[in-house]
Design a protein around this ligand. Structure first.
Ligand code: FE
Length: 339
């Protein structure tokens, strides 16, 4: 049976082009690293007989590599997380347009690039976390309220070089303009409980430990803590409440994990088949559930923890906007001294 072969791609990259260009394979450069992704590739191979070769790496490194390899690049598909990174890849010119009825019908229009340069296949929500013993949920039920002076010294949020925060600020620019977004960012900086440190998980743990009362993080880090095999992590998560912001107006800020067809893909048709497979019920479940994300195809089920939260309202803005506003977001972070 065809199984995913890193060796095959390694050989191909070393110069024996035969393997990578052979009919019946597709070469994926992926900046997403979850164990479950292997099951996804295997399912595709089983269904289509197309062998999947995977090269893993950091998003920016993969973009550089594709550019460096140029026309000789074996890359057919690039997978990465966050619309800001997908946008960056598109700006670097590495994606080709895909016009597929399957993708256009299955995926919500706001979850992919307007011209089909890349597609969001899973949804992640940037949520607010709070200590229910010290915070009334009404104090923190919008992103805007994170900048309210009443939260001075109470907010934990990671550094501004993180793309998740850049995309959140990009959405604030979209809804409040540059000036409004800058005022908001300044207000959040003024409310920080500590200088930004650690990842999203550390912000949630900061609420549990009492270092802060409110935190911001992607929802799936909370699920990972809730379902952790480490007792201390589960206990920490249980002290913290999750909240989906802005339910009375635009909805919670949503981002995507996604993929695009690489320009000049040697296995073009197989690559399009792979993208279409990604929108299937089976692939949607595997891609989303592996990281406790929400499938992009709304009719596909979610895992138990997510299901227990019920429905919530999501910001309907096209996720490409998060990339378009990224450079301004980075400048604002700089101006307000958000480290
Ligand atoms: Fe993440």
């Amino acid at each position: 049976m065809h199984t995913t072969s890193r060796l095959a791609l390694a050989i191909a990259l070393a110069g024996s082009a035969g393997l990578a260009y052979a009919d019946g394979s597709v070469n994926i450069y992926s900046a997403r690293h979850y164990d479950s992704d292997q099951a996804l590739y295997d399912a595709f191979s089983e269904e289509t007989g197309i062998e999947v070769n995977v090269l893993q790496g950091d998003s920016d490194q993969l973009i550089e590599r594709i550019k460096r390899e140029g026309e000789a690049s074996p890359a057919d598909i690039m997978i990465t997380v966050d619309a800001g990174r997908l946008w960056r890849a598109e700006q670097e010119g590495i994606f080709d347009t895909v016009d597929s009825d399957v993708l256009n019908e299955r995926l919500p229009a706001n979850m992919h690039h307007p011209e089909g340069k890349w597609f969001g296949f899973s949804q992640r929500v940037r949520t607010i976390f709070y200590n229910p013993e010290t915070i009334d949920p009404e104090q923190v039920d919008t992103y805007e309220k994170l900048a309210d002076p009443s939260l001075k010294g109470k907010v934990c949020i990671r550094s501004s070089n993180n793309i998740y925060n850049q995309s959140l600020l990009a959405s604030m620019i979209e809804h409040h303009g540059e000036e409004g977004a800058e005022q908001w960012a300044q207000g959040v900086v003024d409310n920080m409980a500590r200088d930004p440190e650690g990842g999203d998980r550390d912000q949630i743990k900061g609420v549990a430990s009492g270092e802060c009362d409110v935190a911001v993080g992607n929802h799936y880090y909370y699920v990972r803590l809730l379902t952790s095999e480490d007792d201390a992590e589960r206990e920490a998560a249980e002290k913290v409440q999750i909240l989906f912001p802005n339910q009375d107006d635009r909805g919670a800020h949503v981002n995507v994990g996604g993929a695009g067809l690489v320009k000049g893909a040697p296995n073009h048709d197989n690559a399009v088949k792979f993208l279409e497979f990604m929108a299937s019920d089976e692939a949607q479940e595997l891609f989303a559930m592996g990281n406790h994300e929400f499938p992009a195809v709304e009719s596909v089920g979610v895992d138990d923890v997510l299901a227990s939260w019920g429905d919530f309202k999501k910001d309907a803005v096209n996720v490409n906007v998060l990339g378009e506003n990224n450079p301004e977001a980075v400048r604002i972070f700089d101006r307000v001294g958000w480290r």
